[in-house]
Design a protein. Structure first.
Length: 429
């Protein structure tokens, strides 16, 4: 029986694994490394966060994004957007050096048993663990508006379903949403020759501004401090004090989680977008029906009450992700039903060390955001999470009388490992 099984191999899962291995836990890690960035984002996308706020976390701090860039002869700089492909390659580099070998099979079931949990892999193997960390990322929690549910995958998709947008060249696409995913997807579509429009409920689009230099006069720094979530004291509180956020009443946490850091486009995208994309603001999707030619007929209702119809070949819902236990099908039904939640949301309540109300079951990433706040929606939150969650695992193992096993970690110097192919210096400097 393993001390810990980590379900998920994105930034949170890999960071947790790095800390658990360094702590001497006997562990396994399951999932496709960096899957969201490798499989669910098309070429040409960039990270919205600053490079210094996009590090995975190991205990020694030896495998940061800047360290990886240096091995590629590149430099990552504040105020210069980072290609998603480069970030994905960084995550693979981190996995090879800081974490145990990753088993790329998916976990399909987690069931409590005497002394721990039984996990089932996609090909039927059973794995026993004293504790489990769920770092499943965002894909289980995609949101698609209800009027689109009856349509087929040929007619509607979520923005995260696309690693390649070329299937839409020469076609007409409607993107629903007003956040970075919607605006960047629309810009990429327009730039490849797709006729594209964006439909948003809001009365205007919000755009982030160019971040000020890191080196600023003290007066400016005090007035608007830099944080991993953007400038400002409110963002500083979200970024640096997740433990304080967790002490707020559950309804307050749930409300702030859904409203803070609302939809906005990156500053570097604005010119590309505004020169190429048609936008329909203050309009909501009322209904969607298939057309005779395989497309979609959308009924849009404006805030004024005006109703208009739009016909399109395909709809992309860039409408985000909502963490909820009802969407986490891999958890045993009885276990799922018994977990305490951050009411009125259906996300699990987490202890200060990220343990759910079921002993030994830990949560990380988006699944923990209603407990710890908006920083858990971003890579930046992995640093706060990893050390504390592993401390919670060790405390739980001690309370069970379990012993820490041998570290199952591949030790390798950076020079001894092959480098993933990635973007060159010209993209980053």
């Amino acid at each position: 029986m393993y001390d810990l099984v980590v379900v998920g191999a994105g930034p949170y899962g890999l960071s947790i694994a790095a800390h658990a291995a360094a702590a001497g836990l006997d562990l396994r890690v399951f999932g496709r490394p960096m899957a969201s960035w490798r499989d669910h984002m098309p070429p040409g996308m960039y990270l919205k966060s600053e490079p210094w706020a996009s590090n995975l976390c190991d205990p020694q701090g030896a495998f940061g994004l800047a360290d990886y860039a240096a091995t590629r002869g590149a430099e990552v700089r504040h105020g210069v957007p980072l290609p998603v492909g480069f970030f994905a390659s960084y995550g693979l580099w981190f996995a090879e050096r800081a974490a145990p070998p990753v088993d790329e099979r998916m976990i399909t079931a987690v069931q409590p048993v005497l002394g721990g949990f039984r996990l089932s892999t996609e090909d039927g193997e059973s794995v026993l663990a004293r504790t489990v960390a769920l770092a499943v990322g965002v894909m289980p929690f995609i949101d698609i508006p209800a009027p689109l549910h009856a349509l087929t995958r040929e007619q509607v998709t979520h923005s995260s379903h696309h690693a390649d947008l070329t299937r839409f060249v020469g076609r007409d696409v409607t993107v629903i949403g007003a956040g970075q995913a919607a605006l960047e997807t629309a810009a990429l579509l327009a730039e490849q020759g797709t006729s594209v429009r964006v439909v948003a409920r809001s009365g205007r689009l919000n755009w982030n501004t160019l971040p000020p230099p890191l080196d600023r006069p003290v007066r400016e720094t005090v007035r608007m401090p830099h944080t991993g979530l953007g400038c400002g004291w409110k963002n500083w509180l979200y970024a640096e004090t997740p433990g304080l956020f967790r002490r707020l009443p559950a309804p307050t946490r749930a409300r702030v989680f859904t409203s803070a850091l609302g939809p906005a486009g990156a500053w570097w995208l604005r010119e590309r977008f505004e020169s190429a994309v048609d936008v329909r603001l203050s309009e909501s999707l009322a209904s969607a029906d298939p057309t005779d030619n395989g497309g979609v007929r959308l009924e849009l209702v404006a805030t004024t009450g005006r109703v208009q119809t739009v016909e399109t070949d395909h709809v992309i819902a860039a409408t985000g992700f909502t963490p909820g236990l009802e969407r986490l099908g891999l958890l045993d039904g009885e276990l799922r039903a018994g977990l305490a939640t951050v009411s009125p949301s259906t996300a699990p309540e987490a202890s200060p060390l990220f343990e759910s109300s079921h002993p030994g079951l830990f949560v990380a990433g988006l699944l923990s955001a209603p407990s710890f706040g908006p920083s858990m929606r971003f890579v930046y939150g992995a640093t706060y999470t990893a050390e504390r969650l592993v401390r919670g695992v060790r405390r739980r193992l001690g309370s069970r009388g379990g012993s820490l096993g041998t570290v199952r970690q591949r030790q390798a110097s950076p020079a001894s490992q092959p480098m993933p192919a990635t973007a060159g210096k010209s993209l980053l400097s």
